[in-house]
Design a binder for this molecule. Structure first.
Ligand code: BES
Ligand code: MN
Ligand code: ZN
Length: 503
C-alpha cells in the first residue's frame, strides 16, 4: 500500500473515495461540513433523514454526491466529539479501514486526521491510521489450499493535513507507521506459522533472510556444539527431548556511534512448548506454537529499526528451542549449570522459558549493553494477574521501566509494571542447587519468573516484558498480534531522539 500526506480542502479532492467523520448525533465534522457546503447541503439532508446517527461502528457509503469532485464519500460514525480518546480513535480507524477495503475504490483520501483526540497530536493520528489500514489488510492464508481472496483493490491512501506546515511531520509519521506495521506483520506471520514449520532452524533462516533484505543487519547463529562449548547448560537442558536442534540467533544492527553501548533485545523462541516431562494438559495446547512470539517481536522490531535507519546500536538475541518430552528430556529434579555458573534445580520442566532466557542474558554481558530487555510469553500467571490488555513489565532500573511504560503509552501498546521486591526471592530457594526454576506454590507466578531472571541481570540495566496475555488472541479470532513491536520500536525511536538531543 502506498501512503501520502496532502494539505488542501476535502471538497477539492479528485479522489476515488473521500473518508469523512460524522459525530453523534447526526453532526458533520468540519471537513464533512466543507463538502456539504459545496454539494448544497446533501450530506446534512441525509443525516436529518436519519440515515446515519454517527455512532461508533456505523458507516455509510455514498455515490455521485452532487457537485463533489470525488467518486465516493464514505461517512464514518465517530461517536460523541468530546468522548474521542485513544481507544475510540483506534476503533474509528480500524472501522474506517475495514469499510474502505470493502469498497471498490483503488485510492482514498482520509480526513479522520481532523478529529481531536485528548493528549494526541496529528502525527499520532496519522501513525494510528496507517497501522489500522495495514492491520485491516493482514491475512494469513498461505497454508489454505483455496484462498478466499477478498478483492482488495485499494492501492493508495492519502491522509489529509490542515496545511503545508504539517506535511513534513506527517510524512515522518507515515514512514514510522509503515515501518512499525511491517514489523508487526512479520511478527504475526512467524507467530501464526505452525510449529512443524516454524522450528528453531526456521527462525534462524528467517533471521538470515531479514539480513539479506536489510544490509545493516548481520546475523550469527550459534549451533548446539557452539553452545556446549560456551556452557549454556540451562538453555541446552530445554532442547534435550526434541529432535529439532536448538539455536542461539544473534542479530547485530550497528548504525550508531562506534562507542555507543547497544540496546539488547532478547526474545523467547520456544517454537513449541509441550511442557516437557511436566506435560501440559491437552486442551488448547496448539496455542503453545505462539511460545516464540517474543523472538518474533525481536525480528519485527529489528526490521522496523532497519527500515527507519535509526542511528543506534541494537542487538537481537533469540534463544530458540522446542520443549518436548522424550527419553533424553530433562526430568523434574535435574540440576543444570547455567552459563553464569549458577546452578538450577529444574523442579518443573514447563518453566523452560526462564532457562533459555537466563543463558541468553549472561551471554549479553559481553556486549556491555546500555540496557537489556527480554520479551517472553513467560507465564500463564501473568494473564491471571493483568488480563490480556497490557504486557507485564518488570525491571531493575526505574528509568528503564519508565521509558518502556512511556513508549507503550505513546505507541498505544501498553505495559504495566509489577513488583520485583526482594521479599519474593526466597521463594526460589532450593535444598540442592543455587536456586529452583519454580517456587513451591502458584502465588505470584509472573513475579516469581521475573525474580528468577533478575538473578542473571546483576551486571546491566534490565527489563522484562511478559507478553503471555498480549502476543496472541485466543478464541474465534485466534492469531498473533505482533505486539510488542510498536512499543519496542517506539522505545528505540525515543532512544534515537535522546541521542540526537545530546549531540
Ligand atoms: N509458555 C508458557 C507460559 C504460557 C502459558 C503463556 C499459557 C501463555 C499461555 C510457559 O513456558 C509455562 O509453561 N509457564 C508455566 C510456569 C509454571 C510451570 C511455573 C505456567 O505459566 O504455567
Ligand atoms: Mn512452559
Ligand atoms: Zn513456554
Amino acid at each position: 500500500m502506498e501512503y501520502a500526506v496532502k494539505s488542501g480542502n476535502p471538497e477539492k479532492q479528485r479522489t476515488a473515495c473521500l473518508v469523512l467523520g460524522v459525530y453523534q448525533s447526526r453532526r458533520l465534522t468540519p471537513a464533512a461540513e466543507q463538502l456539504d457546503a459545496v454539494c448544497g447541503g446533501y450530506l446534512g439532508v441525509l443525516l436529518r433523514r436519519g440515515d446515519l446517527e454517527g455512532k461508533p461502528g456505523q458507516s455509510l457509503l455514498l455515490f455521485d454526491v452532487p457537485e463533489a469532485q470525488c467518486e465516493r464519500v464514505l461517512l464514518i460514525g465517530c461517536g460523541r466529539e468530546r468522548e474521542i480518546d485513544d481507544r475510540r480513535f483506534r476503533k474509528i480507524a480500524a472501522h474506517a479501514a475495514a469499510a474502505l477495503n470493502d469498497t471498490g475504490a483503488t485510492e482514498a483520501s482520509i480526513y479522520l486526521t481532523e478529529l481531536s483526540v485528548k493528549g494526541r497530536d496529528l502525527d499520532w493520528k496519522i501513525r494510528q491510521l496507517v497501522e489500522a489500514a495495514e492491520d485491516a489488510r493482514y491475512r494469513f492464508d498461505q497454508l489454505k489450499s483455496k484462498k478466499d481472496v477478498p478483492r482488495q483493490p485499494l492501492r493508495k491512501i492519502i491522509l489529509g493535513v490542515p496545511g503545508r506546515r504539517e506535511l513534513a511531520g506527517g510524512e515522518r509519521a507515515v514512514r514510522e507507521g509503515v515501518a512499525i506495521a511491517a514489523g508487526v506483520a512479520l511478527a504475526k506471520d512467524l507467530g501464526n506459522l505452525p510449529p512443524n514449520v516454524c522450528t528453531p532452524t526456521y527462525l534462524a533462516e528467517r533471521a538470515q533472510a531479514l539480513a539479506r533484505e536489510f544490509p545493516a543487519l548481520r546475523v550469527e547463529v550459534l549451533e548446539e556444539a557452539d553452545l556446549e562449548r560456551l556452557g549454556t547448560g540451562a538453555l541446552l537442558s530445554v532442547t534435550r527431548g526434541s529432535a529439532q536442534p536448538a539455536k542461539l540467533i544473534r542479530l547485530d544492527y550497528r548504525q550508531g556511534p562506534a562507542t555507543a553501548r547497544p540496546q539488547i533485545l532478547i526474545g523467547k523462541g520456544v517454537t513449541f512448548d509441550t511442557g516437557g516431562i511436566s506435560l501440559k494438559p491437552g486442551e488448547g495446547m496448539d496455542e503453545m506454537k505462539f511460545d516464540m512470539c517474543g523472538a518474533a517481536s525481536v525480528l519485527g522490531t529489528l526490521r522496523a529499526c532497519s527500515e527507519l535507519n535509526l542511528p543506534l546500536n541494537v542487538i537481537g538475541l533469540i534463544p530458540a528451542a522446542e520443549n518436548m518430552p522424550g527419553g533424553r528430556a530433562s526430568r523434574p529434579g535435574d540440576i543444570v549449570t547455567s552459563l553464569s555458573g549458577q546452578t538450577v534445580e529444574i523442579l518443573n520442566t514447563d518453566a523452560e522459558g526462564r532457562l533459555i532466557l537466563c543463558d541468553a542474558m549472561t551471554y549479553a554481558e559481553r556486549d556491555q549493553p546500555a540496557a537489556v530487555i527480554d520479551i517472553a510469553t513467560l507465564t500463564g500467571a501473568c494473564i491471571i494477574a493483568l488480563g490480556r490488555h497490557p504486557h507485564g513489565l518488570f525491571g531493575n532500573h526505574p528509568p528503564l521501566v519508565h521509558a518502556l511504560v512511556a513508549a507503550g503509552h505513546a505507541a498505544y501498546d501498553r505495559a504495566w509494571e509489577l513488583p520485583l521486591w526482594e521479599d519474593y526471592q526466597e521463594g526460589l530457594d532450593s535444598n540442592f542447587a543455587d536456586m529452583a526454576n519454580v517456587a513451591g506454590n502458584r502465588d505470584g507466578g509472573a513475579i516469581m519468573a521475573a525474580c528468577f531472571l533478575s538473578r542473571f541481570a546483576k551486571k546491566f540495566h534490565w527489563a522484562h516484558l511478559d507478553i503471555a496475555g498480549t502476543a496472541w488472541k485466543t478464541g474465534k479470532a485466534k492469531g498473533a498480534t505482533g505486539r510488542p513491536v510498536p512499543l519496542l520500536t517506539q522505545y528505540l525511536l525515543d532512544r534515537a531522539a535522546e541521542a540526537k538531543d545530546k549531540s
